[in-house]
Write a protein that binds this ligand. Structure first.
Ligand code: BGC
Length: 366
């Protein structure tokens, strides 16, 4: 009995110290502000969940706000966080160029800005960039199409992300690096972009050339737009552009919308379609043979890199980086993570056995 009592003052003292230390860090305000682009896509809800877990583990206080696809709302969010006294801003821009104004206001207050997943372009007010290897994402998508298509003259339907998102260019660049030689050698025939067809002999495209192609095949990261485009393309396609085909699906949400359209056309005998994000709905589509693959971007790593960087900055030290990205204005020091190609064969090992999702969230998982 006596032994137990001895520990109580020690315990109280420990609790007291923890309270003082965390109180000092926060000053009642918020240390880290996080702004994510939309709550309507599971990709960013995944990030929110992982950020919440990381925040719970840290001694600093942080707040997460969503911009709901609006640059105006994003600016408002940044202003709200500035008024709460943040020292570090972690932000995924809705539109890479438009976000410049918002982060410049933060920079003026001495706040360090970390661009998260998507690069803020044409602004000097970006201190760091935490990202996946987005060129590798596009390359993995394209490589899957190459490895899972047989024969020659295979119709290839190209789709891309939003032109306001720098990542859409990186994904397309990575995909083009792999697909272009296979278009040039007659394995694939471009089915739905006259701009891409006109450039099919060019191994490396300029940003302007990519812009021209992306403007024809963009989904704007919107499943409804993806569905409309796929319907329009299939209506316009002749019999030679049907049969066994390949589809560059830019991300999971748009890939499912596109796959749903193609699977309803009786002249499409089979399709291979890529995605990315390992969203739950697409993992189920992969198990059900409705989507061929996804690129698994382990958000746990990205969140821990971004939070690690933020905490290093709060401790007044310099974060480690692994390279840099030219954002059109400056070279932004960056930390980059690898990605994993996932299909039915390795979905259980990579997604469930790694603890990313629970097996019970899916049906038919072997
Ligand atoms: C992200 C993807 C996401 C897409 C649409 C991209 O910038 O890298 O993971 O699917 O935006 O939100």
């Amino acid at each position: 009995m006596r032994e137990k009592f001895k520990f109580i003052p020690v315990l109280l003292l420990a609790i007291f110290i923890v309270l003082i230390v965390s109180g000092c860090n926060n000053d009642g305000g918020v240390s880290v502000g996080i702004v994510l682009p939309t709550k309507d896509e599971q990709r960013w809800v995944q990030d929110e969940e992982r950020f919440k877990a990381a925040i719970d583990e840290s001694d600093y206080s942080a707040e997460i706000l969503f911009s709901q696809g609006s640059s105006a709302k994003e600016k408002e969010n940044v202003e709200t966080l500035i008024s709460k006294g943040i020292d570090v801003l972690i932000i995924t821009p809705v539109d890479g160029d438009s976000a410049g104004g918002a982060v410049e206001a933060a920079k003026e207050e001495g706040i360090k800005v970390i661009s998260y997943d998507r690069l803020i372009t044409n602004s000097e007010a970006v201190d760091y960039y935490v990202t996946f290897d987005s060129v590798a994402v596009g390359a993995a998508q394209a490589q899957y199409l190459v490895d899972h298509s047989e024969g020659s003259d295979i119709p290839l339907y190209l789709y891309a992300g939003a032109a306001t998102d720098n990542n859409a260019f990186l994904f397309f660049e990575g995909a083009w690096n792999v697909l272009q030689p296979k278009i040039a050698d007659g394995t694939f025939v471009i089915a739905n972009s006259s701009e891409a067809e006109a450039l099919q002999d060019k191994a490396e495209l300029t940003r302007e050339e990519m812009s021209g192609i992306i403007s024809q095949i963009t989904t704007s990261w919107d499943p409804a737009e993806a569905k409309n485009k796929a319907e329009t393309h299939l209506t316009a396609a002749g019999a030679d552009m049907k049969g066994d085909i390949a589809i560059l699906g830019p991300n999971d949400d748009t890939a499912r919308a596109i796959a749903d359209v193609f699977s309803q056309d009786s002249a499409i005998t089979s399709y291979v379609i890529s995605g990315q994000d390992a969203t739950k709905a697409s993992i189920q589509y992969i198990i059900d043979d409705k989507q061929s693959m996804t690129v698994f971007k382990d958000v746990r790593t990205l969140v821990s890199d971004a939070m690690g960087m933020a905490l290093t900055i709060l401790d007044e030290e310099t974060p480690e980086t692994t390279g840099s990205y030219d954002n059109g204005s400056i070279e932004v020091p960056a930390k980059q993570s690898d990605v994993i190609s996932v299909d039915k064969a390795n979905v259980k090992a990579e997604i469930v056995d790694s603890g990313y999702y629970e097996a019970s969230e899916f049906t038919g998982l072997e």
